[in-house]
Design a protein around this ligand. Structure first.
Ligand code: HEC
Length: 111
């Protein structure tokens, strides 16, 4: 009796493991096909407001992510933009000199 129960448990575990594997595969393939329908983020039209600092922003803030990713942030204070740009430089290694960084902060705080 004990052996039969153990045997059934083993079968059940195998059955569950197999069905999980299948659904993961299905999920993965549906994610891939869904992402094929998404536009390439770099080709989504975006209005980058002009003005002082816009050239510096365009040249330095699209290396690792899109400009849209930055401009879709809510309006932030100058202090908050300073912190954000500082993080890009010191945490993520953005190669931006301090004068350029100040121009970008001014630009983002003014928009
Ligand atoms: C070296 C790569 C790199 C460069 C260059 C870069 N970023 Fe980022 N940025 C990242 C990464 C990675 C994230 C996402 C991780 C995160 O949110 O902390 C990010 C996220 C952000 C975010 C989302 C909110 C946040 O603070 O996480 C903002 C806003 C942002 N970047 C602004 C900028 C601006 C402005 C510039 C130009 C001065 C810039 N980034 C340049 C790497 C970079």
């Amino acid at each position: 009796m004990k052996i039969t129960t153990n045997y059934l448990i083993v079968l059940l575990v195998i059955a569950v493991a197999c069905s999980c594997g299948d659904s993961n595969q299905q999920q993965a393939s549906s994610i891939v096909s869904a992402s094929k329908n998404l536009p390439d983020a770099n080709h989504v039209p975006l209005d980058i407001p002009g003005g002082p600092g816009s050239a510096e922003f365009i040249a330095n803030c699209q290396t690792c992510h899109t400009a849209r990713y930055v401009l879709m942030q809510p309006k932030l204070s100058r202090k908050a933009w300073e912190k954000s740009v500082d993080k890009m430089i010191h945490v993520y290694g953005a190669a931006i000199d301090s004068l350029t960084a100040i121009k970008i902060v001014d630009y983002l705080a003014a928009r």
